[in-house]
Write a protein that binds this ligand. Sequence first.
Ligand SMILES: *[C@@H]1O[C@H](CO)[C@@H](O)[C@H](O)[C@H]1NC(C)=O
Ligand SMILES: *[C@@H]1O[C@H](CO)[C@@H](O)[C@H](O)[C@H]1NC(C)=O
Ligand SMILES: *[C@@H]1O[C@H](CO)[C@@H](O)[C@H](O)[C@H]1NC(C)=O
Ligand SMILES: *[C@@H]1O[C@H](CO)[C@@H](O)[C@H](O)[C@H]1NC(C)=O
Length: 409
Amino acid sequence: MAFPSAPSALWSVSLLTALFLAAVHSNVVYDEDPLQPLTSDETVSVGGTVTLTCRVAESDNSSLQWSNTAQQTLYFGEKRALRDNRIQLHHSTPTELSITISDVQLSDEGEYTCSIFTMPVRTARATVTVLGVPGKPQITGFENAVPEGGKITLTCTSTGSKPPASLRWYRGDQELNGHPEVVESIPDSPTYNVSRELTLNVSRSDNNAFITCAVHHPSLTHGEKRSEQALRVLYSPNVDIRAESNLPREGEKFYLQCLGNGNPEPTYTWEKKDGELPPLSKEDGAFLHFEMLNKSDNGIYLCHAHNSIGKSQGEYTLGVQDAADNIADPTAMSTSSGVDHAVIGGVVAVIVFILLCLLIVLGRYLIRHKGTYLTHEAKGSDDAPDADTAIINAEGGHSGAEDKKEYFI
Ligand SMILES: *[C@@H]1O[C@H](CO)[C@@H](O)[C@H](O)[C@H]1NC(C)=O
Ligand SMILES: *[C@@H]1O[C@H](CO)[C@@H](O)[C@H](O)[C@H]1NC(C)=O
Ligand SMILES: *[C@@H]1O[C@H](CO)[C@@H](O)[C@H](O)[C@H]1NC(C)=O
Ligand SMILES: *[C@@H]1O[C@H](CO)[C@@H](O)[C@H](O)[C@H]1NC(C)=O
């Protein structure tokens, strides 16, 4: 008796489940009134277009109607009821009535109603949410260049967003930590002004850097809106001296250039340590020109750079070379052409060597390839039990095998 009881218990459980499912199913079917209109909630940005669709599964040819948040009828079937050119019929059949509202305003937000005039009247509601599009962000708080080491506070503001927009600061691709956002609601409007501050300690590397404020908001489907602010930072000079050539020669023209690396651009003065500037030299701002170098010009030259932030100086040691090198020019020429020949010879040698290597590799490859081919020819013998089969295997083909067998019998 214990043996059949288990299956029968299982059976009754599954019967109950089936009944339960059937009940649930019929319940669902019962709830699905084919005349009940169905709608969906919509979200649209200010200025956009929203489509409101109302459908019934079956129609008894009763008219469908859309009415607005103030219970005014917009469309009754295909008949327009409200004189508002923004509202147009989109699609009308016995089972569907859809309308569009273009140039949506914040005041269009709310619950719209679709009704079907059966007995009794059936209705469905659709909530339209209107997003306030944030304005392009404005950056304020930066007017004049700031000295290095100073602090600046920028404020980014975006108006008219709903829900409140979020603002982010960037320097290049890198996001910066701003202060928390400040959200202000605007009187008599469902929108908000949002602002966010950023405090920066500026260094010389921030000069001409661009700081960006970007607005993120669900209404901005085509990317974000952003604004940029270029920074200007003042910093003291840091002198580098550049020489026209590394080998200044007696009798030649020559100059030194002082690179101040300061903002604003520094003013420069030149000085020769332990003496006067040579008579054939001329100061010209950042440059010190030598009309004709002379060994007597040798010594240490100083460039002083100063601007409103500070000053700096740099040194250059001038060592004029013998003009005698010029006399040795023909030798130098031949030496250099000798060098050229050596280089060409070397290149040719390398090319010949590479070609030889290629020939050797190619030759070895060809030999190996031929070997493989020979091995393939005899491959049938490898897995054959005797010589006959080996030949058959090697020659392949079932009919061929039979022929061979007959011949050997
Ligand atoms: C609805 O109207 C169409 C013609 O206008 C008619 O053919 C159809 O039978 C009607 N349906 C019902 C349920 O009355
Ligand atoms: C919001 O921003 C607008 C435009 O800048 C301004 O006119 C208005 O006064 C601001 N409102 C509030 C509450 O800050
Ligand atoms: C800026 O400098 C101040 C001190 O002068 C320091 O407390 C602060 O953390 C610095 N801020 C940043 C962002 O480096
Ligand atoms: C260098 O200057 C000395 C005198 O100061 C002069 O005698 C000499 O000719 C000059 N050399 C050249 C190459 O100009």
